[in-house]
Design a protein around this ligand. Structure first.
Ligand code: HEC
Ligand code: HEC
Ligand code: HEC
Ligand code: HEC
Ligand code: HEC
Ligand code: HEC
Length: 410
């Protein structure tokens, strides 16, 4: 009996303040801001207005749950006018309970404007407060050589003045002035052993570099160029769970995955004008590209649109044929197998080597999924027949010809 009451109480416990915030962010921010008109009106004060007009919260709650239904049922002239004023933009019906809508309205009532967390850092220039890439190893090599050179130069200078000091003490003439370079060369010709060691070091370095280059290691892997807009996959694909195919919409249909056009960004960024990391700074670049005025909420007429010039990261040479839909749809490979944990990257980098050896290894190791695949029915039967001797039932990409030169090279 007691437990029954308790569980009933628990079940009917009204939505809390945190729920209000989460529900608001999950259902309303695509079209509303609290203090500003976006696609729908600013929500601040709406509850009070509706309550004053209709006598309670019931009307506004019914409206939020299903605005079209509410208008049909009540014929509320205010609501009809509002609908007209917003160019008949339909507010989608929401599967929310009365408590949940009330929690959203509580959240709206108690809301305080906040400054974006990192707005100050974003002002400091550079592409927002995005983590900097660790940089390219060659740059570090150059830095190290430069530092060594400076150290050598200083030591040489100190050594020279000390010698001169000694000579002055002994009332000798100052040492004849020889420039550093001549002295450097002189040192090596006099010390053959040192010369051999240095030569060996240089030879090893060049050898390793050449070996790496032949193997494709470190040439492009890890490549992470700066992009014109600080676009974060972590925020979009990770935190907001947007499907890869929503933006890379040719990945299942064709050879290349495709980079989304500005119009796709605008599907959401007509409403989302501010980010937590970069404030309005980076999103403003989208508006600048397409000519959208976020204050007037309209496209600027006669504006010369400019595409966003994303820097291409993955790039096979022209003599290689690679097809995405073949791998993603037919081969059922996950994006992450080849591209790494994209949904955790603020800035995309090249995760895999993208060398011939990399392609071949996977083709040797990966089984082709032939079950429930009409295309492979007869091929599978033929392969079972062909490899009867070895008793194979499953087949790798190698078995279907994935190591043949012409499959990848035109
Ligand atoms: C698809 C866009 C969209 C979404 C999502 C949306 N709204 Fe709206 N909302 C509108 C539009 C547009 C209007 C103006 C009336 C109309 O066109 O139907 C409006 C009007 C309103 C009004 C009346 C404001 C006034 O000044 O009287 C309230 C309140 C409201 N919305 C609350 C919400 C809440 C709460 C949510 C989330 C649970 C939500 N809306 C989600 C588009 C949306
Ligand atoms: C909201 C849109 C959006 C979503 C969702 C999205 N991407 Fe992207 N993606 C982009 C944009 C824009 C670029 C170009 C800028 C960049 O490289 O960061 C890009 C670049 C890439 C690149 C590098 C392209 C190159 O130049 O070589 C890869 C790989 C990639 N995305 C994979 C993914 C995967 C995997 C997912 C899902 C986990 C995903 N993307 C989800 C918009 C999106
Ligand atoms: C499906 C909806 C959707 C699409 C499409 C989309 N975005 Fe976003 N974007 C969001 C949301 C949600 C946020 C998060 C706002 C926040 O920080 O809470 C966001 C945030 C951002 C931010 C700010 C990040 C920060 O925190 O500072 C930038 C910049 C951005 N998006 C650029 C783009 C670009 C460029 C495209 C097109 C290639 C794009 N977005 C497409 C929904 C979308
Ligand atoms: C089997 C490995 C593999 C898988 C799986 C894969 N990719 Fe790729 N991806 C590549 C290679 C290789 C390139 C370089 C292609 C080129 O230069 O022609 C590439 C390039 C890209 C690019 C750059 C632009 C373009 O159009 O080629 C994007 C974006 C991309 N991939 C997104 C995705 C997404 C999203 C998925 C999952 C739905 C995915 N990839 C799955 C290997 C893969
Ligand atoms: C993560 C594993 C993986 C990687 C890496 C990979 N592939 Fe594949 N590839 C597959 C699978 C699985 C199939 C079989 C698809 C199917 O079922 O037809 C395939 C099929 C192919 C085919 C068609 C073969 C045929 O006989 O029909 C070509 C061409 C191909 N891949 C090219 C490439 C190239 C080029 C690369 C490197 C840039 C590459 N693949 C990297 C897994 C991979
Ligand atoms: C599974 C796909 C695949 C197969 C099969 C394949 N290659 Fe390649 N090949 C590649 C890729 C990927 C590259 C590297 C391209 C790049 O660096 O952008 C490459 C590069 C090459 C290069 C140029 C090397 C260089 O350093 O630029 C030669 C030559 C070559 N392949 C010959 C062959 C021959 C011969 C065969 C048949 C025995 C073959 N390939 C089979 C994918 C393949």
């Amino acid at each position: 009996m007691v437990t029954g009451i308790v569980s009933m109480l628990l079940m009917s416990s009204p939505a809390t303040a945190q729920d209000g915030e989460a529900l608001y962010k999950g259902n309303c921010t695509a079209c509303h801001k609290i203090d500003k008109k976006v696609i729908g009106p600013a929500l601040q004060g709406a509850r009070a207005n509706w309550a004053e007009r209709t006598g309670s919260d019931d009307a506004i709650i019914a409206w939020i749950k299903n605005s079209q239904g509410y208008m049909k049922e009540t014929g509320d002239a205010y609501a009809k006018q509002l609908y007209e004023d917003y160019n008949k933009t339909v507010m989608t019906p929401m599967a929310l309970s009365t408590d949940e809508v009330a929690a959203i309205l509580d959240y709206v009532d108690n809301w305080q404007p906040e400054t974006p967390v990192a707005a100050t850092t974003a002002e400091g220039g550079g592409a927002a407060s995005a983590p900097e890439s660790t940089g390219n190893p060659t740059i570090w090599l150059i830095v190290i050589i430069a530092v060594l050179f400076v150290v050598f130069r200083v030591l040489w200078g100190v050594n020279k003045s000390l010698t001169n000091l000694n000579r002055q003490k002994d009332n000798d003439e100052p040492a004849p002035s020889v420039d550093m370079f001549t002295e450097f060369i002189g040192f090596f010709t006099k010390n053959k052993a040192v010369m051999v060691v240095v030569f060996l070091l240089i030879a090893t370095y060049v050898g390793v570099l050449t070996w790496d280059m032949l193997n494709g290691v470190g040439v492009y892997q890890g490549y992470q160029p700066k992009q014109p807009i600080w676009f974060s996959h972590k925020i979009h694909a990770g935190q907001n769970g947007i499907n890869c195919v929503y933006c890379h919409n040719s990945v299942e249909k064709g050879k290349s995955a495709g980079i989304p056009s500005v119009n796709i960004c605008m599907n959401c960024h007509m409403g989302v004008q501010e980010g937590k990391v970069s404030g309005t700074k980076e999103i403003a670049k989208i508006y600048d590209a397409i000519g959208w005025d976020p204050d007037k909420l309209q496209y600027t007429e006669g504006y010369d649109q400019k595409p966003i010039e994303w820097v291409r990261i993955h790039n096979l040479q022209d003599f290689v044929y690679f097809n995405h839909s073949q791998h993603v749809v037919v081969g059922k490979q996950e994006c992450q197998t080849c591209h790494g944990p994209i949904e955790e990257m603020d800035e995309v980098y090249q995760y895999s080597e993208l060398t011939m050896g990399w392609c071949i290894n996977c083709h040797r190791e990966t089984n082709v999924s032939m079950d429930n695949n009409g295309y492979y029915e007869s091929i599978h039967a033929e392969l079972v027949e062909k490899y009867k001797g070895e008793g194979l039932e499953t087949f790798t990409v190698e078995h279907i010809g994935g190591l043949e030169c012409v499959k990848c090279h035109y």
